[in-house]
Design a protein around this ligand. Sequence first.
Ligand SMILES: *[C@@H]1O[C@H](CO)[C@@H](O)[C@H](O)[C@H]1NC(C)=O
Length: 347
Amino acid sequence: MPRKPRLPAAAVYLLLLSLGLLLYVSVRGSQEELGVAGPSRQQQQQAGVEKQHQAGAADAVRTRNIKWKKRGRTKEQLTNPHDFHLMINNVNTCNSDTTVWLLVLVSSGVANFHRRRAIRDTWGGATPLASSHAKLVFLLGNPHNTDLQTQVVEESRTYGDIIQEDFTDSYMNLTLKSVMGLKWASRYCQRASFVMKTDDDIFINMPKLITYLQEARRSRWITGCIKQKKSFRPVNVPAGLPLPPVHPLFVAGAGYVMSGDIVRELYTASLNTRIIPVEDVYVTAHLARVIGVHPPVHDTRFTCGEMVNDDCDLVQVFTGHKITPERMYHIWEKLNPNGITSPCFDF
Ligand SMILES: *[C@@H]1O[C@H](CO)[C@@H](O)[C@H](O)[C@H]1NC(C)=O
């Protein structure tokens, strides 16, 4: 950048801005003319720009809120009030005789009845969980579908493990689902030492996880698999353009654990932190930063999304990703054989 010390700074910025705009317009124009508007590259760039916008907007909102606070307002200033009505609640989940030590929040699509069933029949069943002093609830949104809703109400009556809030159940709303989990846990399961967030296609090796957590820190931390440590890099960044902003370190949403003492703080932070549609980045990086528990602690025994090659691999790790309901039963049987030696322990 040539230095022009005589020009006032504002003029330089203005000049650069218009130059940039000109360049953008002309590049776009020529790309369209030539018909080479590579969709993937453009989308990548756009995604980067959008992220920048979002981050900028979030900062702006935060500053605005601080200003408003100074004027003494409290209610209408929230960026994300999260005041969705609870359509299904099972308030007594954590009011058992024994303390709930670990609460597992399973983000689940409303229509995934078979996945929830497989979890209940295997690692997430009442009996295995009870021996670990753990509880599990499934987090659902609103399907806006009468048949599905009727089935879910029935399912909740039978199993008592459904929590449902009145926001549209969709992939883009997964962040709302995690916030919902934080809100529910901080209200109805306050005494849990640990809270885990996972999905309905994850197999969890509960005994191994519990054994680990018993020796682990109890206060102010989040642990999981940090994606950036597993060759997670932005691709297709055109030369000469600034790199898109890299996410702050975050752990994969497939399974992460936080100490119970930060759950309410994370929820409160969400009320004034702009939602982004990437649940794990939002909770374990953005919210975690707001409350000062960043970065999370990397542990390779949580999955970062890689495939599980062999069923017996689950012996060594806490979580396995992309497990079909059928496979959940297979893995469960291999890890917990009835009376015979497990094929996963050949000694
Ligand atoms: C998320 O849920 C809200 C509240 O129900 C809804 O207005 C919005 O359209 C949903 N967004 C998506 C992308 O589904």
